[in-house]
Design a protein around this ligand. Sequence first.
Ligand code: AMP
Length: 429
Amino acid sequence: MSGFKTVRGMRDFLPEEASLMKSIESKARDVANNYGYKELITPVVESHELLAAKAGEEVRSRMFVFKDLGGRDVALRPEFTASVARVVATTLRNEPKPFRLFSVGTIYRYDEPQRGRYREFWQSNYELMGSVRPEADVELILLTQSLINSVGLKDCAFKIGHVGILRAIFAEEKLVERTQSTVMQLMDKKLYDDAINLLKKAKVSDKCLETVKQLTGLKGTDAFGIIENIRKTVESYISAAVAVKNLFEILRLILESRSNVEIMVDAGFARGLEYYTGMIFEIYVPDLGIALGGGGRYDRLIELFGGQPTPAVGVAHGLDRIMLAMQDKKAPAEMKPCGKVVVVPASEGVAGDSLRVAKILRDAGVPVELEVMGRKMAKALEDADRRGAAFAVIIGEKELKEESVVLRNLRKREQKVVQIVRIADALSE
Ligand code: AMP
């Protein structure tokens, strides 16, 4: 017997889980269609230089990096945004704006494996390019709410912040960008004391230290109250006030959209990815303390990759975590019953006709499982029942003489003889 196991942090999806993952993926695609996002498929392997450029130290240090056989430095994608930005900066550079792109697939990060944290995981990713307006930011939030609700998770809450506020303060303090990013990464991990110590080392003003300290305490569900407090706290930093106004506009639009979005504003909230410039958010559901998705505005990335200046906002959802939340909540997943119809030959001699009838059904779009074990009728029907099949089509020599078969409703335990040409129609009667 082989002792092979999956590589640490990687996992198999057995059929039931695979089907659930695929149904989440298809919901994500439906949401993309509903909001006008076109699908873009990019490679899992990209140049290391591209992926490392703006990902942020946290993600950068966890990439699967290797040399291909041609000696190129490549890596497995740790996110979609860099690939999408590459396409937008090159092939799509002259497309009229705005445009909306959707991607779904596996992502790779050398994270420490634990519940909801894997080294290979699935994301659905949406990017809206070309608009600086708050409507665009709000669209990504509403789209996220649509996805979460569409998989049967009813209660979700958004944590919202704005990196523009802290970035503006740090810029006015002439803090070099590298240090700014490190401070934000520490804040992302809620290591506020370490962030403050680093700021002290960088010799920012006492006013800055005091402002940052105060901001880290400003959070709550009274969104407009918190925003007013943020506004007062950063009053003396002129460009920070612009960011606060932008955050206010976004929240006002969410309110006016009457979408019943639950929001927690958090002024000390930062996200690990370096390229964010504006509003940032994460989505949570009750009882699962890990984010199901996150995103934000990044207005300079496309330019950095050599494209036209293109403001953008995006979100990535962790599909493995959505699946966990659904399993925890027993959210009703529309799982297709495995093999809705089974075709069972009643005797040895009708195997060919069984294949023929199965094909007629499949050609009509009916999923069919054929009995291939040569079992006796009673055993085969018992097994069909166990698999959750709704109907059995029984192929018997007697009925075949009339070009007919027996259609048995396994739930109602009734059966009737049906002409083969009518079999697909008879299933929906
Ligand atoms: P990010 O790309 O870091 O903004 O993450 C977006 C979302 O991807 C997170 O909110 C998680 O739901 C999911 N995610 C991130 N890292 C992992 C991981 N190691 N395993 C599973 N899901 C993850």
